[in-house]
Each structure stands twice: as structure tokens, then as C-alpha cells.
Design a protein around this ligand. Structure first.
Ligand code: GUN
Ligand code: ZN
Length: 430
């Protein structure tokens, strides 16, 4: 039998660390191990006991590295890989100046394939094993993304970004072609390997009511797909939506009116919300995706993590590259911490790691397969070196407990901290 035993300091959660004191919800077993068999986690427990019970297992001793699920980036635009860190614009200008010209290039399947491969290489190095990505309006861009994910055996979600107004010539589809192309992509890719399709209207400013209605109908026909879009990221954007849709109660209503809400709906950003929107998001079972490096980089605002989690909302964490300024979920957790500080609510390291794993898995309705180290889960696992640079090592040496060490890596770490990555039980890095 092909068994692998990954030993180290194993992180697990008994509960959502926002629902009780974080350090009580989370556990770090300093001499733990994860047993992997046939791509799945077969057992989690003490290294000594698992070694004794499985003498034939290949042992990978990671020392005092932290063993945790691969990171899950719940909102990214892989086609924006090459324009990350573009200077000086806010949302609408940023889209027009940098994003749309770059997305135009994805009509070329070769460019799409090359970018997808580079994107997966970059994110593997950061320990990200699953992501929910926007593609461009070109079906070719979706083909490239899913083909690369399939080749690598990664669990991903993604979809064709639909836009039929307020976008340049060459980046517009129609209500009908958005429906037809998305439906054909669902038929080809949804459920193949580890792939999930996400119905993807970019946002209300670039989708007419007809298009939102068509995509609402499509999602209703394929309810086990996800649905992803943007909501209330910047104040100018919200004013624009109000002008475009004067009859709707608020921004969320422009989606809700067409059935684009409910479990499996991922709303990126969701910063400037009305009370009604918060209530509807929670009651419908939709999720919000916090993109902190993007929100500071594009100047969008401060997401209310503490308030929303206290109200029982489902929240995931994401880079939002290339509006976000890093491919790294560690840098993203650090930014989430800083946004929390600016709102007077610092997040515990256990909360930050949970958001980047199980929180994002919940948002993507995948928490029964990925995002935690439990028997039966898929073996997407990473090992983090908690002393990966001299700066981190000297801070970790002063730490009084393991959470202080983990926090130093969250605040100071990058791809150098990602020592090993396993996808479906196969070692891909380290
Ligand atoms: N709103 C609509 N499209 C986008 C995008 O590509 N990035 C960000 N950050 N916000 C958006
Ligand atoms: Zn986005």
C-alpha cells in the first residue's frame, strides 16, 4: 500500500476560531503527523503512534515545520498576473488603463496557456493549492486555466468573465453568447477531475440586466456550479451602479433580482454594505471574500471582518491578483491583520490561517473536501518553515509560544517559508 507520513507541528481546528477564543478552537500538535493514502488524508494524530501503526509508510519528517492544508485563494484573476503592481489608479481607471488592455491579449490561446502555467508556478511556490479565478471573456482563457489545473491535478474553480457593456470593443460579449459560451464550458469542464465551474458576471457596471438574467438562469440550471462577482468595492463604483440601476434597492439587489445570490455565490470585496445587504447575504448563505492587499493597493476601504464574522457570515480570504499586490496568502493574511488593526479589531494568527484555508473552502462549498486536515479530506498539504529568514528566525527565537512564532511568519513570511507542498498527496515542492 502506498502510504506517506508527513510529520511536523500539525495544525487542526475543533471549531471556527471566530466563534470561540481562537487559541482554543485551534490546536497545534508539536509532534503530530498526517497519514496520506491514495491522495487522501487517512489519519491525523501523534507521529509516534502513526509510525508504529504504519511501519511501511514513507516518512517525511518536516521537523518543527507547521503542517497545514494548502492555502485557498477564493478570488483571483489569473489573467492579471502580468500587470500586478501597476501604479497609481483607483478601481475604474485601473480597469480601463491596465486590466482591460491586458485581458484583451487572452484571445490568443498561446498567451493564455503561457500565463496560466506561470500563474500556477507562482502560486504553487506560495503554497496555494486551490483558487477561484476569473478568466477573461474569451472561452480560450478558461480552456487554458482548466487545462493547466487538470494537468497538475489541482482543485480549482473558475469561469468565463462576462461583460456586455462599459468595456472596450473586443472585450464584450452579449447576454446570449455569455450564456451559450458559459454553458458549453460547464458541459466540458464542470466536474472533470477536480474542476468546478463558476458562473462569472464581472460586476453590474459591465453586465446589462439581460446578461445578469441570462447568467442567473444558467446558474439555476447548474446549481452545483459556483457564482462569483464583485460587490461594493469602491464608493465611485457604488454610485455608478445606483445610476445604472435606479430601480434596485441597493447594489446587491442588482444581482438578487436575477437569482445571483445564495449558497455558492462568492461576492468579492463587499466593503461598503448597507444593513439590508448584510442581512440578505447572511440569510441567503452567500459568502463574502476579503481581498485586503487589493483593498489597500487600489484604495478601496476597510472590510469589516470582525463585525461580519460575529454576525455569522461566511467569509473567505483572497489575493485578488492583479488588483491585489501579492500572490502570497501569507502576505494576504498580514494585510488582513493590518486592516483589522485599522478597524480596531486585530485578528489572531489562528483566525488568519483559518480564513486562508477552511474559511475559503466554506465560501467555495468545498469544506467537505479541502481546507482542513481530517481523515477523508483530499491531501493538499503544505509545510511552513517558521524560521525561513534571518529576520523571522531572530523573532521566532524570542517567541514565548508557538502562536507567536506562527504570527512572525504570517507578518514577515513569503515563498521562502513554504518548504513543501503536496497536491493530492504528491509532493510538488521541497
Ligand atoms: N471589479 C470589477 N472587475 C474587477 C477586477 O478585475 N478587479 C477588482 N479588484 N475589482 C473589479
Ligand atoms: Zn476581483
Amino acid at each position: 500500500m502506498n502510504e506517506r507520513l508527513i510529520c511536523g507541528q500539525v495544525l487542526s481546528y475543533a471549531a471556527d476560531p471566530f466563534a470561540m477564543p481562537a487559541a482554543e478552537a485551534a490546536q497545534i500538535d508539536s509532534a503530530g503527523a498526517v497519514l496520506v493514502r491514495d491522495g487522501l488524508i487517512a489519519a491525523v494524530g501523534s507521529a509516534a503512534a502513526l509510525r508504529a501503526d504504519h511501519p511501511g509508510a514513507v516518512v517525511e519528517d518536516m521537523g518543527d515545520a507547521l503542517i497545514l492544508p494548502g492555502f485557498i485563494d477564493a478570488h483571483v484573476h489569473y489573467p492579471q498576473t502580468a500587470i500586478i503592481a501597476s501604479w497609481g489608479k483607483r478601481l475604474i481607471d485601473w480597469l480601463n488603463t491596465y486590466t482591460f488592455p491586458e485581458e484583451m491579449r487572452f484571445a490568443d490561446p498561446a498567451y493564455a496557456a503561457e500565463t496560466a502555467a506561470r500563474y500556477f508556478d507562482l502560486t504553487l511556490a506560495e503554497g496555494t493549492t486551490t483558487m477561484c479565478s476569473y478568466c477573461t471573456i474569451h472561452p480560450e482563457s478558461v480552456e487554458a486555466f482548466f487545462a493547466e489545473a487538470d494537468r497538475r491535478g489541482q482543485r480549482v474553480a473558475g469561469g468565463k468573465t462576462c461583460m456586455d457593456r462599459n468595456a472596450p470593443e473586443g472585450l464584450r460579449d452579449t447576454a446570449q453568447s455569455a450564456y451559450d459560451d458559459s454553458k458549453a464550458l460547464i458541459a466540458k469542464w464542470h466536474g472533470r477531475g477536480r474542476i468546478t465551474y463558476a458562473v462569472t458576471p464581472r460586476f453590474t457596471p459591465t453586465s446589462t440586466e439581460d446578461q445578469l438574467a441570462a447568467l442567473g438562469a444558467l446558474w439555476a440550471e447548474h446549481p452545483d456550479c459556483l457564482m462569483q462577482t464583485h460587490l461594493s468595492e469602491q464608493l465611485d463604483e457604488i454610485a455608478w451602479v445606483r445610476a445604472l440601476c435606479p430601480d434596485q434597492r441597493d447594489y446587491l439587489d442588482t444581482y438578487e433580482a436575477h437569482g445571483l445570490i445564495g449558497p455558492g455565490a462568492l461576492f468579492g470585496h463587499a466593503i461598503h454594505l448597507e444593513d439590508r445587504e448584510r442581512e440578505r447575504l447572511r440569510d441567503s448563505g452567500a459568502s463574502m471574500i476579503h481581498c485586503p492587499t487589493s483593498n489597500t493597493f487600489i484604495g478601496s476601504g476597510l472590510f469589516d471582518m470582525a463585525g461580519l464574522k460575529a454576525a455569522g457570515q461566511i467569509v473567505g480570504l483572497a489575493t485578488d491578483t492583479g488588483g491585489g499586490s501579492s500572490f502570497s496568502m501569507l502576505r494576504t493574511m498580514a494585510a488582513a491583520y493590518e486592516v483589522g488593526q485599522l478597524r480596531g479589531t486585530p485578528l489572531h494568527a489562528a483566525q488568519l490561517l483559518w480564513l486562508a484555508t477552511e474559511g475559503s473552502a466554506q465560501a467555495m462549498r468545498m469544506a467537505d473536501r479541502i481546507g482542513s486536515l481530517k481523515p477523508g479530506m483530499e491531501a493538499d498539504i503544505i509545510a511552513l518553515d517558521l524560521a525561513s529568514t534571518p529576520a523571522i528566525a531572530q523573532r521566532a527565537a524570542r517567541a514565548e509560544d508557538v502562536w507567536e512564532r506562527v504570527f512572525a511568519t504570517i507578518m514577515l513570511g513569503d515563498d521562502r517559508a513554504v518548504r513543501s507542498v503536496w497536491i493530492g498527496g504528491d509532493k510538488r515542492r521541497g
